[in-house]
Design a protein around this ligand. Structure first.
Ligand SMILES: Cc1ncc(COP(=O)(O)O)c(C=O)c1O
Length: 350
């Protein structure tokens, strides 16, 4: 599903593009001569591509959970702000605080729960919390009251993902009514999340959307409305224009990661914003049956040429390395053999 993260490496130290040579030079010595580079120009490109897909008036929420999908949320924020992004989402309240401390004044929706022992502190940062049960709403409301504040919340409906969220039934309608009357809470939105929006037939996601719309319609009949209704994630932005509602929540496509099938995504103009740069330390040819790396876990099935690259930037390396392919400067792609933690990466070159 996902495109492999791009990792550019220099096959031949004596034959490098000037740009890459500059990159390697400026990395020495503390970075171990490898670097993860986020291209903010590509981020702007992706924002523009997303906006081309949006109907007039639909707002964009940038999903920066997991430190901006490990691209570094604080580094991305100034560009997102400069490009007019007015809503943000994070996974943890502490991520929201980090953005606030970097000057973010826009609405920030925390997608995960905040534990009761953190709430007295967390309610001070003007974040939006998701609410998915009456008990949790009460806990948040009490913390807000203790701090003399009104806390923004957004109702999370579970319409088919089976993660956190209220089920779509009549008890939920009553529960939301009860929450709407809690004085220290301010309802700023209602949302749900698709489990299978990447499927072209929309059968599953369509059902989720219908459940969401049915619930919000019933709430309207009860006189309960919200400033924002939102459901669409990256695949839905690409494939389900009807799901845009008031706002869309873009994660993958913001970073240029592929949320749909390869063929479909090739037709789009999104660009990966992350490149990793490193270089090859040594190339060797080994015969069939050679054990490679610690524990001899990889055994060559044919005569094989192996490149050992320099050390990786491990703190940025949250992606599953098995998904990563290596690209040389001519755009040839080579598979990863294995990654020895904290040391080198071995790549099968042909
Ligand atoms: C609730 C919610 N909305 C939106 C997103 C963004 O999804 P995507 O990366 O497909 O755009 C996520 C990401 O996991 C999410 O949990």
């Amino acid at each position: 599903m996902y495109e492999p993260a791009r990792l550019c490496f220099i096959l031949d130290n004596f034959d490098v593009l000037e740009k890459w040579k500059g990159m390697i030079d400026c990395m020495e010595p503390w970075m171990g001569r490898t670097a993860a580079v986020v291209d903010l120009g590509m981020l702007k490109n992706n924002l523009a591509e997303i906006r081309k897909k949006l109907k007039p008036g639909v707002e964009l929420m940038a999903v920066l959970k997991g430190d901006g999908y490990r691209h570094g949320a604080e580094g991305l924020y100034p560009t997102l702000k400069a490009c007019g992004v007015t809503n943000y989402a994070v996974a943890l309240w502490s991520e929201g605080v980090a953005l606030r401390e970097h000057g973010a004044t826009e609405p920030i929706l925390v997608l995960g729960d905040t534990r009761d022992y953190d709430l007295d502190e967390a309610v001070r940062y003007n974040l939006d919390f998701p609410v998915f049960s009456v008990e949790y709403a009460k806990t948040v409301a009490e913390a807000a009251k203790r701090q003399g504040r009104k806390q923004n919340i957004q109702i999370k409906l579970d319409t088919g993902m089976s993660r956190i969220g209220f089920p779509d039934n009549d008890e939920t309608l009553e529960a939301i009514k009860e929450i709407s009357q809690m004085e220290s809470l301010n309802m700023t939105g209602i949302f749900t999340h698709f489990a299978r929006a990447d499927e072209y037939d929309h059968k599953s996601a369509g059902k989720q959307l219908d459940r969401f719309l049915r619930m919000t319609e019933k709430l309207k009949e009860m006189g309960i409305t919200f400033p924002k209704y939102h459901v669409a994630n990256s695949p839905a932005i690409l494939l389900m224009p009807d799901s845009q509602l008031d706002m869309v929540r873009a994660g993958d496509i913001l970073y240029g990661l592929n949320p749909i099938d390869e063929e479909g995504f090739k037709k789009e103009n999104f660009k990966e914003i992350l490149s990793w740069y490193t270089y090859v330390v040594m190339v060797k040819e080994v015969p069939t049956g050679t054990e490679v790396g610690y524990g001899g876990t990889f055994v060559t099935k044919r005569p094989t040429k192996i490149a050992t690259t320099a050390r990786m930037l491990l703190h940025k390396l949250s992606l599953n390395l098995q998904r990563i392919l290596f690209r040389d400067k001519h755009d040839h792609i080579f598979p990863l053999i294995l990654h020895c933690p904290t040391y080198n990466v071995l790549v099968n070159i042909f």
